[in-house]
Design a protein around this ligand. Structure first.
Ligand code: UDP
Ligand code: MG
Length: 373
């Protein structure tokens, strides 16, 4: 009898647990379907707001310096891409490419003029009187481009950056991002030393507090607000990609594939890269100056310890000897002193250039005068 009672108790318990499980599963199902429904609703509302957002007129800025070998192909690809984006309804009619000839000495500018004659609405160009570097060319392109467009995209003129990534850039723009910047997924064909150099540069910039990330590029799409904010920066030494992110607008990174350069050579030799990196670091941060003070303090403390050691050893009756140690110390300290003066000089040199407030570039020619001050 007792056995039957225990069995009955056990069966009731099982039944109760099963009921509890069923209720829980049902509730979970309702909650998740409710959540799913809400998410769908939010997505639909979001998509509707994106699709109702008016289409924008795009200007693609391409800095070019001695790119005669590659420019015709670039012009064909860029104009085709703009037409495709226009016909798919991603951008408005009237979008165009703006080639900024950074004082080329080959036939680059002639190719731009010829292209403007063939595609007057799609290709515009401005030409600097002298070579001012890619950063300034980009900045100038953005300032010119914003006058006839709602959004500006920047990309290299050698077609190394996958032009189709513009679709993703635009999609994020319509989602509400104001700065969409490209990050290299791969680095294409390049010497291993350049890869190490570039990784080191980004590491130093990050340590100094710059918002640049590894493999960050100048390939980007920016809203008119960002263009206007950028145009307010009047300094001569700019590091375009760092400055953009520093502005602080709603931003998003997009990975894209880097292709090998088809024609022509890179314009950035190791010495030019080193000079650019020094400019970028000293233009961005004053931390190296503070590091000099820390280094000076460290050297002073080492000197004090050595002096105390010498006195103690002298008192103990074994005077310190060592011409070599003395000579080494002199070389090391002398070298450190000169290095520190060099760093200080770098900043003073920049101050000297900045206070002169010379124009960063002079435009010598342009394909048309419309919308240009
Ligand atoms: N560029 C420029 N001014 C310069 C050097 C380069 O406008 O003084 C342009 C160049 O024409 C190209 C882009 O900057 O459109 C990137 O240059 P490059 O391909 O030589 O650089 P890399 O891809 O090797 O970093
Ligand atoms: Mg390139």
């Amino acid at each position: 009898m007792e056995k039957w009672l225990i069995l009955r108790e056990f069966l009731i318990l099982c039944l109760l647990q099963h009921c509890q499980y069923c209720i829980l599963t049902l509730t979970k199902g309702w909650v998740s379907s409710y959540r799913g429904g809400m998410m769908e609703l939010t997505k639909t509302v979001h998509m509707q707001s994106s699709s109702t957002m008016s289409k924008v007129r795009l200007c693609i800025v391409l800095p070019c310096y001695n790119e005669e070998d590659t420019l015709n192909r670039t012009i064909e690809e860029v104009t085709k891409k703009i037409r495709d984006l226009e016909s798919s309804g991603m951008i408005e009619e009237g979008s165009h490419a703006l080639f900024v000839d950074d004082g080329s000495t080959d036939s680059t500018w002639k190719l731009v003029i010829d292209a403007h004659e063939i595609y007057p609405d799609k290709v515009r160009g401005v030409r600097f009187a002298a070579n001012r570097g890619k950063e300034i060319a980009l900045w100038a392109g953005v300032c010119e481009g914003r006058k006839a467009a709602d959004v500006v995209a920047c990309m290299d003129a050698d077609l190394q950056f996958d032009i189709n990534a513009l679709d993703a850039f635009l999609a994020h723009y319509y989602e509400g991002y104001e700065l969409i910047y490209g990050i290299k997924r791969n680095r294409g064909r390049e010497p291993w030393l350049k890869t190490i150099f570039s990784a080191g540069f980004y590491k130093i910039m990050q340590l100094l507090g710059s918002p640049v990330c590894n493999n960050h590029t100048d390939y980007c799409l920016i809203s008119k607000n960002v263009c206007n904010a950028l145009s307010e920066y009047e300094e001569t030494y700019i590091i375009f990609r760092g400055l953009l992110r520093k502005l602080g607008f709603r931003q998003k990174g997009v990975y894209f594939n880097v292709l090998d350069r088809q024609e022509g050579e890179t314009h950035f030799s190791y010495s030019k890269l080193l000079s650019l990196s020094i400019n970028a670091i000293t233009a961005f941060s004053a931390v190296p100056l503070r590091m000099i003070a820390v280094l000076g303090l460290f050297v002073f403390l080492v000197g004090m310890l050595l002096a105390i050691y010498s006195v103690v050893v002298y008192v103990m009756g074994t005077p310190p000897s060592g011409y070599t140690t003395l000579a080494c110390s002199m070389w090391i300290l002398g070298g450190m002193g000169m290095l520190c003066m060099g760093v200080v000089g770098e900043y003073i040199g920049k101050l000297y250039i900045e206070v002169k407030r010379r124009p960063r570039y002079c435009i010598s020619e342009q394909t048309d005068n419309k919308d240009c001050k």
